[in-house]
Ligand binder design. Structure first.
Ligand SMILES: Nc1ncnc2c1ncn2[C@@H]1O[C@H](COP(=O)(O)OP(=O)(O)OP(=O)(O)O)[C@@H](O)[C@H]1O
Ligand SMILES: [Mg+2]
Length: 416
């Protein structure tokens, strides 16, 4: 490069340097602004992320409340189309959510409420006249299986995304009523326990005396007509005594005074008690006894169980049949006793209730509906359990499982 001597050229170069420096400064400023803008954007993004997390948390929390509610919650639009349902709705109505979303809400109502509902919504939208909205009332619902049931319904109205949305909260009163009924029966039973303890004492004693004299009369009276009358007295007094015994079994404190007990002996004793009745009915008894150990238990109370089950079996075979009694070791720890009849059998919905207090299908004066309950209690008190299986028109089998845990030596009873 040639040396610069021209002052004009030097000035021009100086000016050029100044311009370049100014430009550099501008660029630096721009870079700073850019960095600042970057930082602002980053901050904005972070804030947004945070807001989203808060929103998600809030959403999850509300969803959790919605999903865990015991009551059913259904959102519908103005035309009655289902927009949203919570899991309780499936529990109550039996429909999975996907079968409900987009459907008309009337699917959950039995006729004629179905048509009434459409008319009601129409009238409300036109006139603003409310019947359920903002209030609550009992209505009738329809489960997927067609069952109609009482239901408490409260509807509120709101707006979501500029649309009118109705939110229905509903409670299944059917289940509630069933639970109330069960509680009522349990209460009845508790009351009965107290009363029966008194009755058993106050009435039981004179009954024993009456029975004693009546039996004496029956034996000593010569005139056949009077003997028959005495037999009637004996019969009826025995019935009263048996009922008292049943009541006493419910009232009695639930402890077993254990003694060495041979189940087979007790069963045979119970069968012997009904020998005449069984014969009269044309019922054949089949015994199938495998050797089982003796247990520690209460012979009197266990006998009551077998008497109850045999009476039930006899009642179930008015035209005769076969009564099969089987005893065997079900496992090392359990003795299984089954009493099976070839009687009328039990419908599945009845089968669920046979152990409930006062449940009977027998005519008034014939059954109190306590036999199986008492039997179940006695078996429970012995640490066992009792089950029932049945086929209508074919027969019924009651199975008792008793633990051998309190076993002494084996009794080695064979079949008869
Ligand atoms: N072997 C059976 N076959 C058919 N139905 C039965 C049998 N055992 C029980 N049941 C049904 O269960 C119901 C309840 O039986 P449970 O013994 O508790 O009462 P109950 O026999 O009616 O009256 P009770 O108090 O006099 O025994 C009966 O009324 C009957 O409907
Ligand atoms: Mg009975």
């Amino acid at each position: 490069m040639a040396p610069c001597t021209d002052s004009a050229e030097i000035e021009s170069l100086k000016a050029e340097v100044q311009r370049l420096e100014a430009e550099l400064e501008t660029q630096r400023g721009l870079a700073r602004e850019l960095a600042e803008a970057h930082a602002r954007v980053r901050k904005c993004l972070e804030e947004r992320k945070e807001a989203e997390a808060v929103f998600r948390e809030e959403h999850d929390r509300l969803r959790q409340i919605f999903d865990s509610a015991v009551d059913g919650i259904i959102a519908i639009d103005e035309s009655g189309t289902i927009l949203e349902v919570n899991p309780a709705v499936e529990r109550i109505f039996g429909y999975p959510p996907e079968d409900l979303l987009g459907q008309d809400v009337s699917i959950l109502m039995p006729p004629p409420f179905r048509d009434e509902h459409a008319a009601y919504v129409k009238r409300y939208l036109e006139t603003g006249k409310k019947r359920v909205i903002g209030l609550g009332r009992e209505v009738t619902g329809r489960r997927r299986n067609g069952e109609a049931f009482p239901l408490y319904l409260a509807v509120s109205e709101g707006y979501a995304e500029h649309r009118r949305v109705f939110t229905a909260v509903l409670r299944d009163l059917g289940r509630l009523r069933e639970a109330e009924e069960r509680a009522r029966r349990a209460e009845q039973l508790a009351e009965l326990s107290t009363i029966s303890a008194g009755i058993a004492h106050d009435v039981g004693t004179p009954m024993t005396t009456i029975l004693g004299y009546a039996e004496l009369l029956q034996k000593s009276v010569k005139d056949p007509k009077n003997r028959e009358r005495a037999a009637h007295i004996v019969d009826q007094v025995r019935r009263v005594r048996d009922l008292l015994r049943t009541l006493l079994n419910i009232a009695r404190p639930r402890t077993v005074a254990p003694e060495k007990t041979s189940l087979v002996e007790i069963i045979d004793h119970s069968l012997a008690f009904f020998r005449e009745k069984l014969k009269g009915r044309g019922i054949v008894v089949e015994r199938d006894y495998a050797p089982v150990p003796e247990i520690m238990g209460s012979p009197d109370r266990l006998e009551q169980v077998f008497l109850n089950l045999i009476v039930n079996a006899i009642d179930a075979m008015p035209g005769g049949g076969t009564l099969t009694v089987r005893v065997r070791l079900s496992t090392d720890e359990l003795i299984e006793i089954s009493i099976a009849d070839t009687g009328i059998g039990i419908e599945p919905d009845v089968l669920e209730q046979i152990f409930e207090p006062f449940y009977t299908t027998k005519e008034r004066g014939k059954g109190t509906g306590l036999g199986l309950l008492v039997s179940q209690r006695i078996i429970h008190d012995h640490g066992g359990r009792i089950t029932a299986e049945s086929e209508p028109g074919v027969g019924t089998r009651l199975s008792i499982f008793l633990p051998t845990g309190i076993v002494r030596e084996p009794s080695g009873s064979g079949s008869d």
